[in-house]
Structures are given as structure tokens and as C-alpha cells.
Design a protein around this ligand. Structure first.
Ligand code: NAI
Length: 337
């Protein structure tokens, strides 16, 4: 059965976004820090009290972002690294967040990004294996369903893969589900946390609205429309930006939120549970060895992968549609390395 506390812990919009009792030092690197996500993400991480040192890397622009963000009056040190300084940027880092790569343009699926982003992510993962083999790696670059297996295989090849330390960030789907449900039922997002499982692209995004206390009341056409909006919310942003990219600000928020959760777990806080795309036993018997579900984060990274819990008939159908697509995406990533 799905623990209620787990459901509640999924989306805490702002009250516990950042811990107030910093006790351990964490050095965090952002790879792709000069980009649309990387810049606001670096700014938000500068405000996280658990971050003591920020290492900003990009093939262009990171020293400028670091000089700018570095003036914010919080305690952490910020340093920027140029294109040829990747290994230095990773020195002594415990957490690496990767938003490097190209974003979508109107009409593109996340899978259309594969050709460009797969090699970017593989090369960055190889550098982490070399310079920070113990680091926790948080992948934002799309297609997440494929880039996470690419990182896993790259680390495996280097002999340093630890599945407890690799995460695909699916937090934006959780943030959207929570926000959109709040709008539909006329509540505050704090009252409408939603668990989202599966992967991070269209039909692989499976929101478990029936497990959310306020979600049960949404049925019929309204439910169908809400699920579709959660699955394809990214398209709304791509369309509105009209060729200028995809979600950057809400993604930076989601990325900082997930990083904060991981740091709180690493710092020893108990009961930090949130959906994330990890190496998972849940559908491994069907050849799907990565899956997003509620995961408890702790001193070692992944402490416990929670079961999916009860699903409605509609959600069962969504999951059936998710699995073959997710399997294809994962295999594509694995075959690339
Ligand atoms: P952007 O184009 O604004 O920024 C990407 C940055 O990556 C650029 O500054 C670029 O110089 C840098 N970069 C490229 N190759 C690099 C390399 N080898 N090493 C270091 N940096 C490198 O793109 P944006 O909007 O920031 O999106 C980044 C990625 O995040 C895209 O793949 C996008 O699809 C993905 N994304 C993921 C989401 C999620 O929910 N996981 C949500 C939204 C976007």
C-alpha cells in the first residue's frame, strides 16, 4: 500500500523547498550552466543553504554566469569554468546536475533531440567517471528516458556505476501535475501533491491522480483533459516560446527542488520521498530496468524504491501505454553506448 506520508512528501511547493539547518558541506556542479535552464538553476542553487560550493561549467558562458551569480549574498562559493576545464570543474564535487544539450522547437518530440544530446551526455558522463566517480548525477537533458541509460552504461563501462547515485529529473512533471490539479479543483498546490510515474515524455508520463486526495474527484472528460495536459504540458511552453526553446524557468525551479531533496537526504534527513527516474526493479522482469516512481532519498542517494500502490482502471491503461514506449527509449539509450 502507498504510504500517505509518501504521497504528501512528493510536492511541497515552497515551505520546505530549502532546508534551514545546513550541517554538511556539498559541492555541486552544473554542466550546461550557461543555458536557458542552467542560468536560473545556478541562481536557485546559490540560495540553497546545503550548497557550500557551486561549480559552473558550459562550453560557453559559464565564467560570466558564475561572476554574476557569485555576487548573490549567500554563503556558497561560485566558480565558472571554460570549455577546456571540465575535469577541473568536477574536482571534489558530490552532486552533478546536467542540463547541457539542445532543447525542442515547435513540432519536435523529445526523442528528436537524441542525435545531438546523446553524445553530449555520454561525454559529460565519461568526464564524471574520470574526475568525480563517486558523485550523484542528476540528468535533465532530454530525452531523459534515453539519456539516463546512456549515463548508466557510460559509467558501467568505466567500472564506476552505482545505481543509487543516478537520477533522471522528472520533477517538472510532478510540479505541473500538482499545479494543474490545483487549478482544476480550485485548491492550493500545497493541498494537491501528485505522484507521477513512468518516464519523461508524452505517453510515458503517468500521473496517479487517484492517489491524490483531491484528484479522486476529477472524472470523465475533465480527467482525460487533465491527464493530457500533464503529459503534454511541455508542448504548451514550446509552442508559446515559438522557436525560442522549451521550459527553462519552471524546469530550473523543478531541478533546484529535486537537488534540494537529494541534498536533504544526503544530509541525513529522514522521509524525503519524491518521484525520480532511476534504475528500478519494478518492471525489470519486462526488460524495463529504469522507471520513475516514488523514491526515498538518503545518505547513499536512493534508499528505497517505493511500490506504485493502487491505481485506477484509467491509470492501468496509461501504464500499459507507457511501458512499451519506455522500453524502446531505454533500449535506444543503451544501444548508443
Ligand atoms: P539551452 O540551449 O538554452 O542550453 C543548453 C546549454 O548546454 C547551452 O548553454 C550549451 O552551450 C550547453 N552545452 C551544449 N553542449 C555542452 C557540453 N558538451 N558541455 C557543457 N555544456 C554544453 O537549452 P535548455 O533550454 O537549457 O535545455 C537544456 C536541456 O534540458 C534540453 O535537452 C532540454 O530538452 C532539457 N529539458 C529537460 C526537462 C526535464 O523535465 N527533464 C525540461 C525542459 C528541458
Amino acid at each position: 500500500m502507498f504510504a500517505r506520508s509518501a504521497v504528501r512528501a512528493v510536492a511541497q511547493p515552497s515551505s520546505r523547498f530549502f532546508s534551514s539547518s545546513a550541517s554538511r558541506n556539498f559541492k555541486v556542479a552544473v554542466l550546461g550552466a550557461g543555458g536557458g535552464i542552467g542560468q536560473p538553476l545556478s541562481l536557485l542553487l546559490k540560495q540553497d543553504p546545503l550548497v557550500t560550493s557551486l561549480s559552473l561549467y558550459d562550453i560557453r558562458g559559464a565564467p560570466g554566469v558564475a561572476a554574476d551569480v557569485g555576487h548573490v549574498d549567500t554563503g556558497s562559493e561560485v566558480k565558472g569554468y571554460a570549455a577546456d576545464q571540465l575535469d577541473q570543474a568536477l574536482e571534489g564535487v558530490q552532486v552533478v546536475v546536467i542540463p547541457a544539450g539542445v532543447p525542442r522547437k515547435p513540432g519536435m518530440t523529445r526523442d528528436d533531440l537524441f542525435n545531438t544530446n546523446a553524445s553530449i551526455v555520454r561525454d559529460l558522463a565519461a568526464a564524471v567517471a574520470r574526475s568525480a566517480p563517486e558523485a550523484h548525477i542528476l540528468v535533465i537533458s532530454n530525452p531523459v528516458n534515453s539519456t539516463v541509460p546512456i549515463v548508466a552504461n557510460t559509467l558501467e563501462k568505466a567500472g564506476v556505476f552505482n545505481p543509487a547515485r543516478l537520477f533522471g529529473i522528472t520533477t517538472l512533471d510532478v510540479v505541473r501535475a500538482t499545479r494543474f490539479l490545483a487549478g482544476v479543483v480550485g485548491a492550493q498546490p500545497a493541498e494537491t501533491p501528485v505522484t507521477v510515474i513512468g518516464g519523461h515524455s508524452g505517453p510515458t508520463i503517468v500521473p496517479l491522480l487517484s492517489q491524490a486526495p483531491q484528484g479522486k474527484s476529477v472524472t470523465g472528460e475533465k480527467l482525460g483533459a487533465l491527464v493530457h495536459r500533464i503529459q503534454f504540458g511541455g508542448d504548451e511552453v514550446v509552442k508559446a516560446k515559438d522557436g525560442a526553446g522549451s521550459a527553462t524557468l519552471s524546469m530550473a525551479y523543478a531541478g533546484a527542488k529535486f537537488t534540494s531533496s537529494l541534498l536533504r537526504g544526503l544530509n541525513g534527513e529522514k522521509g524525503v520521498i519524491t518521484p525520480t527516474f532511476v534504475k528500478s526493479p519494478l518492471f525489470a522482469d519486462q526488460g524495463i530496468d529504469f522507471f520513475a516512481s516514488n523514491v526515498e532519498l538518503g545518505p547513499n542517494g536512493v534508499e528505497k524504491i517505493h511500490p506504485i500502490g493502487e491505481m485506477s482502471a484509467e491509470e492501468q491503461k496509461l501504464l500499459e501505454a507507457c511501458l512499451p514506449e519506455l522500453k524502446k527509449n531505454i533500449e535506444k539509450g543503451k544501444n548508443f553506448v
